[in-house]
Structures are given as C-alpha cells and as structure tokens.
Design a protein around this ligand. Structure first.
Ligand code: BTN
Length: 324
C-alpha cells in the first residue's frame, strides 16, 4: 500500500502526471506504476490514463493529514488528544484500537484510515468504507467507571457528532436512538462503541465514528439502508481534515465530561435532535419486536417506549429500531 499511497499523494493535486515521472519519483518502472494505479482503481478511486499526458485522478483527493487535523483543532481538544495516526488502509479503525488498547495506548488516542477493508457497524453489519471518500475515525478513552455506568455514552457521543456536523454547515440533522445521525430520514453518520479490557471500576472504550462525506453511488449501492452524504447535504465539497478536527473538538471534551457528569448535561440537546419522539416505532429485540410510541430517552440513555398507556425503558444492546 505504501507505494500506492505515495503515488496517490502525487496524484492528489488532480493534475496529469506521466508514467515516467511517477516511476522516477517512486523508484519503479512505468509498468509497475500502471499496475499500482490499477490497484488504486480497485479501491474505488477513478484514475484516467490519457496517452501523451499521463495519469490523473477524476477528482482531486484531499488525503488525511495529521498535521492539518491538529492545526485545525482547538486548544482544549488538543490537550485531550493522546496521539493521532493516519493509516492508508486498515481492516477497521475500531479493531485496530481495540488491539492497541491492550498494549497500553494512551487515553485520547485517535486513529483514522483512508480505507477500511472490514469496516464494522452496529449489530454485526459492515460499514462501507471506500478509499479517501469519508471519515473513519476511532478514539480510545479510558474511564474510571464501570461498564454499567456507560449506558448513555453513545448518546452523548451522538450529540457531539451532530454538533460537529452542524459546525460543518449541516442543518436539519436528527438523531435516531441510540445514535444514528440522520438527514431527511437518511443516515449520514454512525457510531460504534466497543469496550475492551473492562473491569470493576474501570472501562476502556473505543469510540468509532463513521461519517459519509462523498460516497460514490457504486459504493453506496452496498449500503442496506437509506443513506446520504455531507456533500449532497451541503451542496459543496468539504475538507475531511477540517471535519476530522471538528469531530475531535466536539467528541474529546464530551468523553472527558462523561466521566464526572454522565449524559445528564446533554439530555436536552439530545431531545432537541430526537428524530423519532412521538412517532410509532418498532423496536427489534433479539427474540421479539415491540411496537409503541417513542417517548424520548432517560438520563441513562434508555429509550422510553409507550405501549397501551405503559411506558417501558429499553437499554442499548442488540436492539434496532425501524420507524413504522
Ligand atoms: C453504525 O451506525 O452501524 C456504526 C458505524 C460505525 C462506523 C465506524 S467507521 C470507524 C470505526 N471503525 C469501524 O470499523 N467502525 C467504526
């Protein structure tokens, strides 16, 4: 990947580059250049070859850059950041950080990938992760809290994510319990929280954030639910580095504050974004489904569902929700 990634850095300006010049810069033959660029094409990047001119990306790509991200972060978030790494390709940023957590990685460490070979969503779904198109970001955070005290964390992170997307100019966002970010009923971003090495009075959490920025139609065809991306929402291109910084600006302080305050200070804001409150919904549990009227969430992050005049709490878990 490293040689292909180097080739991509050269092509990322959107201009033409001849096979000879690319070969000289990369230290390989023109034939090898062609093979590597063809492999990049298989990752979903559109590369044109024009005789006499060379190779060019159909669209310039802004590659992720740790310096650009940290430069766009605010001081508070920078102080909470335990380190940052950009990977051209990983199976999943969550899987990677879960493995690294055991090796003692610092709390606040952030990992981004340009491409995930096996991006993961909630409930065992896959997360479609084409190269250089979207944000795939995971953050490691260590709490001195029991896992049982983290029930509202995914909702708190959902609010942080909605704040970051608003800062990018996105209006009309909604949150679907527990933490899908929607726009006009279509999903634009999702969160996957995973625990690693939890014990009594301590939890290590990997917070995985996926934001669709510019999902090509061909890649999007593999998504099993209605979806959108930020470029469609905003009607313009956006900087993934600035968006990554904005996500870190919003999520890191929320993780810090959750330790002492829990979900409570964010509850009103969550209710403001609640996309299903008052609607009839079907909640799918592993062995049954329950239809009722969504009545918001409580301070532990449980969904409140009213059926036959009785309101019941439903905690996060292997649950999915479909608007009836
Ligand atoms: C969902 O809504 O189903 C959760 C999607 C979470 C996707 C992100 S992308 C970065 C991180 N790495 C993964 O494999 N998944 C999360």
């Amino acid at each position: 990947m490293s040689l292909r990634y180097d080739a991509l850095k050269i092509l990322s300006d959107g201009g033409f580059h001849s096979g000879t010049r690319l070969g000289a810069a990369l230290g390989v033959s023109r034939t090898a250049v062609w093979k590597h660029l063809r492999a990049l094409g298989e990752l979903g990047l559109d590369i044109y070859a024009v005789p006499g001119k060379g190779y060019r990306l159909a669209q310039p790509v802004e590659l992720l850059d740790a310096h650009a991200i940290t430069a766009a972060m605010n001081d508070t978030a920078r102080a909470l950041l335990g380190g940052i790494a950009i990977h051209p390709r990983l199976d999943s940023t969550n899987t990677y950080l879960m493995q690294q957590a055991a090796a003692g990685l610092a709390s606040g460490y952030a990992c981004l990938a340009e491409y995930q070979e096996a991006g993961r969503g909630r409930r065992g779904r896959n997360w479609v992760s084409p190269f250089g198109a979207n944000i795939y970001l995971s953050i490691l955070w260590r709490f001195t809290l029991d896992p049982t005290q983290l029930g509202g964390l995914s909702l708190a992170v959902g609010v942080a994510m909605a704040r970051a997307l608003r800062a990018a100019g996105a209006d009309g966002l909604g949150l679907k319990w527990p933490n899908d970010v929607l726009w006009q009923g279509r999903k634009v971003a999702g969160i996957l929280l995973e625990m690693s090495g939890e014990s009594f009075g301590a939890s290590t959490v990997v917070v995985g954030l996926g934001v669709n920025c510019r999902m090509a139609k061909e890649a999007g065809a593999h998504i099993s639910q209605p979806w959108t991306d930020l470029e469609e929402m905003l009607g313009r291109r956006l900087s993934r580095n600035v968006l990554a910084a904005s996500l870190l600006n919003e999520v890191l302080p929320v993780l810090r504050n959750y330790q002492t305050q829990g979900l409570a200070p964010m509850l009103d804001e969550w209710q403001h974004y609640d996309a299903i409150c008052g609607k009839t919904v079907t909640l799918q549990l592993p062995n049954q489904s329950i239809t009722g009227v969504a009545a918001g969430v409580d301070r532990d992050g449980a969904l409140l569902l009213t059926r036959d005049g009785v309101t019941q709490r439903h905690l996060a878990g292997e649950i999915s929700l479909r608007v009836a």
